[in-house]
Structure formats: structure tokens, C-alpha cells
Design a protein around this ligand. Sequence first.
Ligand code: AMP
Ligand code: MG
Length: 401
Amino acid sequence: MSEIPYFITLEEALEICNQTQIHTTIERVDLDESHGRILATDLPSLVNDPPFDNSSMDGYAMRFEDTQDAPSTLEIIGTIQAAGQSDNLVVGQGQAVRIMTGAPMPKGADSILQIELTSSDGKTVTLQQPSMKHFVRKKGENLEEGQISLYSGTHLTPSKVGLCATMGHKSVAVVKKLKVAIISTGDELKQPGEKLNHGEIYESNSFGLAGLIKWLGHEPIRMHSVGDSLEGLRNVLNEASETCDLILTSGGVSMGEWDLVRKIMEEEGDVHFWRIKIRPGSPPLFGVWNNTPLFGLPGNPVSSHVVFRMLVAPWIRNTTQATGPTEQRAVAKLATKVKSSEDCLTFRRVSIEVTNKGLIAHQKIHQGSGNIASMALSDALVMLQPGQQYSIGDLVDIIFF
Ligand code: AMP
Ligand code: MG
């Protein structure tokens, strides 16, 4: 045990984790299936966006020079509501075409005036003011054909999936989802819905961790939880390593005699480090079981969540070469006294108030690492540097979750 790195910083831990990598593969999925996935290639646009000059307003199209002496009255020579209808129309001097938003500009016209600033008797239109050239959306002004706007590693958010479609892609190459086994350990754990006997609690970590895996674009496999038995643990770890790419356990990694994940990993697996200098969440270990990377996360619900966000998620992004998703970071002013720690990077759960003087961080909820409500009902983590004191009014780094 002596040569295994022990109680190291978060950065050191991440560096060690990054030396172990998963071989990822690529698959092609239809856009409908691409939400939340990680793009696996750079994506060039197959078309210009927009593909043709068009109107950004419902109104009239005309020659700008005919409208400078407003009010001006022009002859209406036709209507363009959609593609195809502009083909035979040429706007000459003193003429205008009725046009709808998104419809192609007729030849000869270089400007638009929105309908609200016009009046019409059906044959002519009178403009209250000069027309505007910037209401014409120019071909390729958003994206030129061949231009790359999404890069490999991008997390596909709804607007990015929309961008894929705009660029003409019907399907995209994405990183194949990692299968991530989640194993809860502890004799005291019961499934929600079951009756609790004295001394028992509901197993909650696997549900939260499954959501975090999905957030990263991968596939959680919630295995049945195991009691504190080496035999049961060995069986489920073997099953997980045969069917999954990565194993997350929760519980059983502290100093106690019944902390069997630590024990079995030390005796039968391969531990790369144990314990990190963060609070909450100092107990985790990382290693390999049967060729499968394994994070032994703490049992306390807040701890397992924080360790996932600060250690597991960055490693998964690293091994899949993903640039997202990541939490948004910001700076906030402390409204409550918060407690840092001498040797650990400390994360407190805070509510964030948005004011015209910036963000204000309030610590409202009891901060026990067993109190998942302190995560669930807060907005962000404040990140407190080891050995540093913080007072009300200080600016602190925050991480939204
Ligand atoms: P352990 O690390 O196994 O000693 O667990 C630390 C604390 O977390 C104990 O209070 C456990 O009951 C609790 N705990 C462990 N696993 C879970 C879980 N899956 N869901 C909720 N609480 C848990
Ligand atoms: Mg336990």
C-alpha cells in the first residue's frame, strides 16, 4: 500500500486518471438521436446559410434609391411568399414586390420595408420612410459552404443539433456511448419503494450518478446494489467489467473495516491512488479491475456527486476527447460566512442571487456531506482554496451545477 499515491491534490489525481484511457469508437446517428452526444468529426457546412438572399421581414422589396424621398408610392408588381415565386419578377424603377419573411429576394430589389411602415390600396404601396438594406439576409452571411463551425469533441446541445440540420447533415458521427456500470455498496441500502427497517436508508447515489453519466452523453447501467460482502462485490465487479467500459462504485472506500471496495481493490485489483484533498469527497480511489477503469466514489451522496463533477467528468471528457458539457463558472460575492479547510479544496453549496451589482452567494442549507438536499436545492458550488480564510463580501469562484 505504501507506494500507492495517497491523499493527493485534485490536479494530481486527474493526471493519474488521465494515464488510463478507454479506447472509444465512433458511430453514425440520425440527427434525432444526436442530442447530448459528442461529435466525433469536424463538421463543414454542405450549403451556404442562408442559401439565397432573402427578406428578414414581412413587407415589401424595392430599390433603395426609389424610397429616399419618403413618403413614396410604388407600384406593386407581385407577391413572393416562398421559393420559386421570385423567378420571373424583376423590380424596376418605381416598383415593389410584396414579400414574406424568409422568401427569396426578387431581382432588381436591394432593400425591404416592413409592412407596419407601409399602407396599400392593393395596386400601390406608400412607404412612410426609406427602405432598409439590412433587412435583406445575404446568401452565406451566416455560414459559407465548406466552412467548419462545429468541431470534433463538441457536445451537441439543441441549438447545435439545429445547426447540423441547417448545414445539411441528416446524420452525424458521434462518440459511441460509454457503458458505465454503477454499483452501490452497503448492507443498509434499500431501493426506493421498499419498506425501511431500522438502520436502513434509501439508495440514492446510483440515481444521481446515472443522471450525470447521461448528461455527459453516455449510458449508465445501474447494477443491483451489493451488501458489504467481498464475495458479492467480486461477482458484481466481474460482471460489470465484462459488460461495461467503466465502473463507478459508491461507498466502501473509507478507512473502516467494512470499506470493502478499497479492500478488494487493494487485494485483487490495481489501485492508482486513494484519497484526494477535496472536501466533501476526500475518500475516493481510482484503479483498474479486470482491465476496466474503476472510480471508487464515497458513499455520502454529496461527496459522490462532487467527486463525479470534479474528477470523473473531467476524466470522461479527456478519454473521449470531448470539450463539453462543462459546468459554467463565474465569480460571486459571499453573503454568508463559509468555512474553508486547512489542506483541502473545499466546495460549499450555495444559492445564487442575480443582482445588478453581480452574483451573490448565500449558503442557506446545512452542509453535511450526507445531505443531498444541500446540492439539490442549491445552484452552485463555491470553490474555497485550502488554507485561505473567507469573509462576507469576498469574491469567490463558483461552479454552477
Ligand atoms: P460508506 O462510504 O460506505 O461508509 O458510506 C458513507 C455514508 O454514505 C453512509 O452513511 C452510507 O449509509 C451512505 N451511503 C452509502 N452508499 C449510499 C448510496 N448508494 N445512497 C445513499 N447513501 C449512501
Ligand atoms: Mg458502506
